[in-house]
Design a protein around this ligand. Structure first.
Ligand code: C5P
Length: 227
């Protein structure tokens, strides 16, 4: 049984995967299930935190008890919800898979196929990088920001580069591949710290990885208050 070491803390967690609509019936999406973000929410609540869970397209998962759930669809909506909740947050954990790009145009009516005509190409525009933005513009001093990265190769080197690029305090790096991590209840990861630390988390339940993340976050809280 853990100490309620997050009592009095407000943590914001994004979960799931954004969907970027092309027309009223179609979207560009990804394979994120939301399970990691939900495990982070449950474990933070169990450790006493006030939890805001910004959930992108996670309707397959049961609502976690005692958590303030904010459902969103797109990256732009997720950004709005995260920025609002982060204003008074002690920690923000971006576990959601946010689409890097969205269709440049949204067709108000369903896109039709026409006999003998090639399909129109889909043009994309960049979505805002929410993790980079909240890391740069901390809503309050000492706020701890955590990102996630799914990498298929050169996991550590790519993770280090991403940590620097995003400017977050901790980056949880998962190795992904066919049937690895996405939609599963278990995962294996390395948590990289901006201070150079490297915390391996062996293959196991997403709750165990979540508790390691909260351990590392609370270390950074106490580090800040000790100064
Ligand atoms: O750059 P990449 O998508 O690999 O980074 C993953 C991390 O950045 C995740 O924590 C994800 O939630 C966050 N992210 C974001 N906004 C984006 C893309 C990713 O906050 N547009």
């Amino acid at each position: 049984v853990r100490e309620p070491d997050l009592t009095g803390r407000h943590v914001v967690i994004s979960a799931g995967g954004t969907r970027e609509p092309l027309d009223p019936v179609r979207f560009l999406g990804n394979r994120s299930s939301g399970k990691q973000g939900y495990a982070l929410a449950r474990t933070a609540a169990a450790r006493g935190a006030r939890v805001t869970l910004i959930a992108a397209n996670t309707t397959a998962l049961p609502d976690p008890a005692g958590v303030d759930l904010v459902p969103v669809g797109t990256a732009v909506q997720l950004r709005e919800a995260v920025l609002k909740a982060a204003a008074d947050a002690d920690a923000v954990v971006m576990a959601a898979a946010v689409a890097d790009f969205r269709p440049a145009v949204y067709a108000a009516g369903k896109i039709k196929k026409r006999d003998g005509q090639d399909p129109e190409p889909i043009s994309l525009v960049r979505n805002p990088d929410i993790l980079a933005e909240i890391s740069r513009d901390r809503a309050r001093p000492g706020q701890v920001v955590v990102g996630f990265a799914a990498e298929t190769d050169d996991v550590l080197a790519n993770g280090r580069a991403k940590l620097r690029r995003k400017g977050c305090d901790l980056l949880v790096v998962n190795e992904v591949g066919e049937s690895k991590t996405f939609g599963e209840a278990e995962s294996e990861a390395v948590v990289l710290g901006a201070d150079g630390s490297e915390t391996p988390v062996p293959f196991g339940p997403k709750e165990v990885l979540s508790d390691t993340v909260w351990d590392l976050v609370t270390d950074r809280f106490s580090g800040a208050s000790a100064e």
